[in-house]
Design a protein around this ligand. Structure first.
Ligand SMILES: [Zn+2]
Length: 159
């Protein structure tokens, strides 16, 4: 719930809550003044007073539901770090000029970017825990995590 939109909405709800509390107090004092003026034994609160009170209850409920939890900051930080790591992977097919493989690159690549000369699609760039291969995927598949892995060759790495 540390989304900036949620933070903005909570701030506006808190302002509305303050205004409603002041309105409720004003309406209550007005009703009490009228009762005193007419020497009434009972104070008659207006229907608007009840509506304001119900709105305050609704705001309190919304604020409680969107209250940031203790783990929200950590989750946001982890998400930010994961996104940065994904950006690194996505950049691995860029040519020396910063263009993704196949994109327009009017420099020494020629008409189209030739991509990363160090990591051609299909190149093995590492291994997983079970000996599966981590490979450079084809350009169109780079957003698919499965395209980055290939099963270990038959018999495993020690065969
Ligand atoms: Zn290039």
């Amino acid at each position: 719930m540390t989304d900036p939109v949620i933070t903005d909405l909570r701030r506006e709800l808190e302002k509305a809550r303050d205004a409603l509390a002041a309105t409720e107090k004003h309406l209550a004092r007005h009703a009490e003044m009228n009762a005193a003026l007419h020497c009434a034994e009972r104070v008659m609160y207006s229907p608007l007073h009840a509506k304001v009170h119900a709105a305050m209850t609704g705001v309190d409920h919304a604020l409680a539901r969107t209250k940031p939890g203790p783990g929200d900051d950590q989750a946001a930080e982890e998400s930010r770090r994961d996104s940065a790591l994904v950006s690194v992977l996505i950049d691995l097919d860029r040519c020396v000029h910063g263009r993704h493989e196949g994109d327009d690159c009017g420099t020494t690549c020629g008409f189209r970017s030739k991509g990363n000369p160090h990591l051609r699609p299909g190149s093995v760039i590492g291994y997983g825990r079970r000996g599966d291969q981590i490979v450079m995927p084809n350009r169109d598949d780079k957003h698919d995590p499965a395209a980055w892995r290939r099963p270990a060759p038959t018999g495993g790495p020690d065969a």
